[in-house]
Design a binder for this molecule. Structure first.
Ligand code: PBG
Ligand code: ZN
Length: 323
């Protein structure tokens, strides 16, 4: 490679047209998945305090959002539910009439071509806010896994296109695969939150989903952010158990894991730009500290550049509108 003055790197940066020609990383709407929060009632559209531009909606309003997602060509929507009542085993999560099951049916009826993903977890539905059943003061792995299988089957019966377990129990991908296959849903793929760190950046989500743990924290099941080899092991186990898509989260603090996972595994790779990552940009922009659009594009392209094929983001519709 020749050097200066023959080589001038700025030559290809001079105009927008030149910069566009040599852009290495691209994003299309079909790579974006939009998280939606569904609540009981009708005509409900409540903005989440900590997440400007994110709403808890009733099913009829969620259908409107889903139709918008379809018009924008988004990859899909992922549904989180706000139950009418919470209890020790998160009953509404595995009830035919549960809020997410109602939303799945309504959205698939209104927009059959739109991909609908279902978050499979208990934390939004349990009175203690943990992602599993409590036995002797601890989140019990195996009884939780049994319930996760039930949730996946109930969602599949409602017509969900992909189930997405986010609980971080051991063996849940295998159990969900077995439960789905036994119920006649061998065709339904699993997107597993394979490497999910115990992160401060889920804070605003817990307000949106009403899922803050009522005691303790999630460090006994979610991963330590310090451990990259362990993250690869988690992903490998999920792939071996039958995960079709693996997900890393949060996204920006885990760009190295996204890159490693992309290089080590053949599976389609998703990354979740989580609520805190979104809220930070919104809050800083509201105070004039950063330009919102520039920060949004910079972070999302960084996640793509690291190797994510699919990005879950609250910015999904905003991004798609200007693509
Ligand atoms: C819980 C779950 C969480 C998110 C998705 N599913 C957070 C948590 O562990 O409390 C985070 C999403 C976000 O912060 O946007 N199973
Ligand atoms: Zn959970």
């Amino acid at each position: 490679m020749s050097s200066f003055p023959i080589r001038r790197m700025r030559r290809l940066r001079r105009t927008p047209a030149l910069r566009r020609l040599v852009q290495e990383t691209h994003l299309v709407p079909s790579q974006l998945v939009w998280p939606l929060f569904v609540a009981h009632g009708e005509g409900v559209r409540r903005e989440v305090n900590l997440l400007p531009g994110v709403f808890q909606t009733s099913v009829d309003e969620a259908v409107q959002d889903a139709e918008r997602a379809r018009r924008l060509g988004l990859g899909g929507v992922i549904l989180f539910g706000l139950p009418a009542a919470k209890d020790g085993t998160g009953s509404e999560a595995h009830d035919e009439q549960g809020i997410v099951q109602q939303a799945i049916r309504a959205i698939k009826r209104a927009a059959p071509d739109l991909l609908v993903l279902g978050d499979v977890c208990l934390c939004e539905y349990t009175d203690h806010g943990h992602c599993g059943v409590i036995v002797d003061g601890e989140v019990d792995n195996d009884s939780t896994v049994y319930l996760l299988g039930k949730i996946a089957v109930i969602q599949a019966r409602a017509g969900v296109d992909v189930v997405a377990p986010s609980d971080m129990m051991d063996g849940r991908v295998a159990a969900i695969r077995k439960a789905l296959d036994a119920a006649g849903f061998a065709r339904v793929p699993i997107m597993s939150y394979a490497a999910k760190m115990a992160s401060a950046f889920y804070g605003p989500f817990r307000e949106a989903a009403g899922s803050t743990p009522q005691f303790g924290d999630r460090q006994a099941y979610q991963m330590q952010g310090t451990n990259a080899d362990e993250a690869m092991k988690e992903i490998r186990l999920d792939v071996e158990e039958g995960a079709d898509i693996v997900l890393v989260k949060p996204a920006l603090p885990c760009l190295d894991l996204i890159r490693r996972a992309k290089e080590e595994f053949g599976a389609p790779l998703a990354a979740f730009q989580v609520s805190g990552e979104y809220a930070m940009i919104k809050a800083a922009a509201a105070r004039g500290m950063v330009d919102e659009a520039t920060a949004m594009w910079e972070t999302v392209y960084a996640i793509r550049r690291a190797g994510a094929d699919i990005i879950l983001s609250y910015f999904a519709p905003t991004l798609a509108e200007s693509l």
